[in-house]
Ligand binder design. Structure first.
Ligand code: ATR
Length: 288
């Protein structure tokens, strides 16, 4: 049983967890929705992950977000998983149930799709995803499960082939030749570390040369908010979607499970203070 008469508790766990914006999001929603709740950051090194989660359960926490490097450990720890978690092969949201069991969800893929929709981008019929890590898998699964055709390019081709195999859909494109596929797709998603810049001088502008004018370009990185890819896309007049929307939207289902209200149901917000735009501005202010 959860303790009565005290604020609801939830957290994010990760290691080293120095750059997390999750407490800002959840505590903002608690404040603006008038919910007595507290969301904190709990750094847990890998060897302390399971013990830390069990301790949080015994202290009456409602659940936790899970970030790098614990998403696979969380996948293995839970008593049941949502289909999205099974498809992603990872868990980013733990829901501590009243009976002591734990449900694991992965909201990264649906959070990404919600960020597209919020940016006014229609669900693509065909998308090209760059990268084949954990974030890519969640996004690829969500795209495929929404009926989108998928092209996947990764520096290490074997990893892309494994992902296509695991998800039962998508076509691998050689890394060096991904720009040639652009005319076929209406969405480009970058999930690689190239997005952050400082990884050598990748010529995004040249790579986007064959893009159709209605191509939407997104990057899941939000530091920097305008990545070199997004800057190149904007210079070409293409629609762009930054990584902040995914960060915000992946947080919403966990908040609803722990604190009892789905934040941002009304895109305009109940009040200006409570709006998604105001929250976005708060997060942007922390990015420096
Ligand atoms: P995450 O779980 O955050 O997606 P990850 O599993 O470390 O992170 O995956 C990082 C992705 O960025 C991989 O697709 C990686 O390509 P490889 O599989 O070939 O390693 C990609 N990546 C990292 N640095 C890159 C670079 N300089 N050029 C191209 N791709 C890069």
């Amino acid at each position: 049983m959860f303790p009565a008469g005290i604020p609801r508790l939830a957290a994010v766990t990760g290691w080293p967890l120095t750059a997390t914006r999750s407490p800002l999001l959840h505590n903002y929603w608690c404040d603006t929705l008038g919910i007595e709740g507290l969301y904190c950051a709990i750094p847990l090194p890998p060897e302390a992950f399971e013990r830390g989660i069990r301790t949080m359960q015994s202290l009456g926490f409602r659940g936790s977000n899970v970030t790098i490097p614990h998403k696979e450990a969380a996948f293995a720890l839970v008593d049941r998983r949502t289909r999205a978690a099974d498809r992603a092969g990872a868990v980013n949201t733990l829901i501590f149930e009243e009976d002591g069991t734990i449900t694991g969800d992965c909201t990264d893929g649906t959070g990404y799709l919600a960020s597209l929709s919020e940016a006014g981008i229609a669900m693509p019929r065909k998308a090209l995803v760059l990268g084949a890590g954990g974030a890519s898998r969640a996004i690829c699964a969500a795209l495929l499960d929404s009926g989108c055709s998928l092209l996947l390019a990764n520096r290490t081709t074997a990893r892309a082939a494994e992902l296509v195999e695991a998800l039962g859909g998508g076509t691998v494109v050689p890394w060096e030749r991904w720009p040639e596929s652009l005319p076929e797709v209406s969405l480009l998603v970058n999930t690689t570390a190239l997005g952050m810049g400082g990884q050598g001088d990748y010529d995004w502008s040249a790579a986007l040369g064959g893009a159709a004018p209605d191509l939407a370009v997104s990057d899941i990185v939000y530091m920097p908010l305008e990545t070199p890819l997004l800057a190149a896309a904007r210079a070409r007049g293409l629609a762009t979607v930054d990584g902040l929307g995914m960060l915000i939207h992946q947080a919403r289902p966990g908040f609803a499970a722990w604190f009892g209200r789905m934040p941002g149901e009304d895109p305009a917000g109940v009040t200006e203070e409570g709006s998604m735009a105001a929250l976005r501005a708060r997060v942007v202010a922390t990015l420096g």
